[in-house]
Design a protein around this ligand. Structure first.
Ligand SMILES: *Cc1c(COP(=O)(O)O)cnc(C)c1O
Length: 381
C-alpha cells in the first residue's frame, strides 16, 4: 500500500489551513443535517443505544432502507438478508470488492474515480482498469467501444458511480443500458456507488442500475447517509443486493468492523422515513450554489462544465493560460487564497486530466462569493 501515501485532500486541506485560504477542495458541507434527525441521534445515545448492534445492522434501519428503495425506485430488498448496514459507503465498497474479487481479477471503473476505489482493489490484489470519461457536448461521458474493449476474461466487476464524483455526470438510461448489456453478456457483477442519489439538478433523475431489466440480480447497490443528510461524519452506509452477495459482503465486513455505530443507525432510519422534504430543500439549495459558483468561475476565466449532480464543478484551466492542474492547485493559495483539487489525481492516466481542476460548492453562499472574488485575481493580476 506504500504507493497510496497521503491523499491530495490531506495535502490541500493542510495548505488551506497554513495559508488561511478558502477551502473548496474537500467535499463536505459546512451546514448541519435536519435538526430532528440530529436530535434523534442524541436521544438514541441517552436512551441506551450504546452497545454492539447485530452484524447486519439494526433491523429498524434495514427496514427503513428497504422501504426507501421500494418507494423511490420500486426495488424490493428483504431487510432480513438483502440489506447490510456498513461504516459508510467506503466500507461497503471495500468489503464488496474484497468479497467478490480474487487476486488477479480485473475491476473496471470510470476514471477520474473516487480515490478509495484503487485502494480497495489493491487490497483485494485485483487490478483496476480505468475507462476514461471525456467531455462531450458539455458533460463527461464514456465511449461504449472503449468500455467494451476494457472487458477481458479476467474482468469480474464494474464499479459504477452515478451521480459521478468528480465530474458531476449523472449517467443516462441509455448509458446505463450499455453497461447493463455488457454485464449480462460477459457475466459481470455491478457494484454501484450511489451516494449522491438525491443530489441531482435541473430535474435530472438518478436511475439506479439495478432498476434496468436483468440487473437487480447482479448488482451490489451501495449508498450512504453522509451526502443525503449532510452528515458525512456519521459514516453510515448500506448495501442492497441479492442474499448471496450480501452474505459474502457481510462475511468480509464482520472482520473489518463487525458492525456500524448504533445511535447513527437509529437516527438515519428516522431521516429516511421523515426527512425527504429536507432533502428536497437541500437539493434546491445546492442547485443555486452550483449556479453561483459556475457563474463566478466563468467570470474568473475558467471553462466550466455544468454538473447534473454531486457537490462539484469541473473546470478546464487552459483559458487562463495554465496547463497543469496540480501545479496550479499548489500555487492557488498564494495566487488567489483559494484551495481546489487537481482532477488528475483521480486518474490512472493523469495526463488525461492534467488540465482539469475540481471545486466544491457544498459551502455557504458567502464562502462561495468570497472565493469567486479572489479567483478573479487570476485573470486581472
Ligand atoms: C463521499 C463519497 C463516498 C464515501 O461515502 P461515506 O459514506 O462517507 O463512506 C463514496 N463515494 C463517493 C463517490 C463519494 O463522494
Amino acid at each position: 500500500m506504500r504507493s497510496f501515501g497521503t491523499t491530495i485532500f490531506a495535502e490541500m486541506s493542510a495548505l488551506a489551513a497554513q495559508t488561511g485560504s478558502i477551502n473548496l477542495g474537500q467535499g463536505f458541507p459546512d451546514t448541519d443535517g435536519p435538526a430532528a434527525m440530529l436530535d434523534r441521534a442524541v436521544r438514541a445515545v441517552l436512551s441506551g443505544a450504546n452497545q454492539y448492534p447485530p452484524g447486519p445492522g439494526l433491523l429498524e434501519l434495514r427496514q427503513a432502507v428497504s422501504e426507501h428503495r421500494r418507494e423511490h425506485y420500486g426495488l424490493g430488498y428483504d431487510p432480513a438478508g438483502e440489506v447490510l448496514v456498513t461504516v459508510g459507503a467506503t466500507e461497503a465498497i471495500a468489503a464488496a470488492v474484497l468479497a467478490l474479487c480474487e487476486p488477479g481479477d480485473e475491476v473496471i471503473a470510470f476514471e477520474p474515480y473516487y480515490d478509495s476505489y484503487a485502494a480497495s482493489v489493491a487490497l483485494a490484489q485485483a487490478r483496476l482498469v480505468g475507462v476514461t470519461l471525456r467531455p462531450l457536448g458539455g458533460r463527461f461521458t464514456f465511449d461504449p467501444g472503449e468500455l467494451r474493449a476494457a472487458v477481458t476474461p479476467r474482468t469480474r466487476a464494474i464499479l459504477v458511480n452515478s451521480p459521478h464524483n468528480p465530474t458531476g455526470t449523472v449517467l443516462t438510461r441509455d448509458e446505463l443500458a450499455v453497461i447493463a448489456e455488457l454485464c449480462q453478456e460477459r457475466d459481470l457483477v455491478a457494484i454501484t456507488d450511489e451516494v449522491y442519489e438525491h443530489l441531482t439538478f435541473d430535474g435530472v433523475e438518478h436511475v439506479p442500475l439495478a432498476t434496468l431489466p436483468g440487473m437487480r440480480e447482479r448488482t451490489v447497490m451501495i449508498s450512504s447517509a453522509g451526502k443525503t443528510f449532510s452528515v458525512t461524519g456519521w459514516k453510515t452506509g448500506w448495501v442492497c443486493a441479492p442474499a448471496p452477495f450480501v452474505t459474502a459482503v457481510q462475511t468480509v465486513k464482520q472482520f473489518l468492523t463487525f458492525t456500524a455505530g448504533a445511535p447513527w443507525q437509529l437516527a438515519v432510519a428516522y431521516g429516511l422515513r421523515n426527512e425527504t422534504g429536507w432533502v428536497s430543500a437541500l437539493r434546491a439549495g445546492l442547485q443555486d450554489k452550483r449556479d453561483r459558483l459556475m457563474a463566478g468561475l466563468s467570470a474568473a476565466g475558467f471553462e466550466v462544465f455544468r454538473p447534473s449532480g454531486t457537490y462539484f464543478v469541473q473546470t478546464d484551466i487552459r483559458p487562463l493560460g495554465f496547463t497543469d492542474g496540480l501545479e496550479l492547485c499548489r500555487r492557488l493559495p498564494e495566487l488567489a487564497g483559494v484551495v481546489a483539487i487537481p482532477t488528475q489525481v483521480f486518474y490512472d492516466h493523469p495526463e488525461r486530466g492534467s488540465h482539469f481542476v475540481r471545486f466544491a460548492f457544498c459551502k455557504k453562499d458567502e464562502v462561495i462569493d468570497e472565493a469567486v472574488t479572489r479567483l478573479k485575481r487570476l485573470s486581472t493580476g
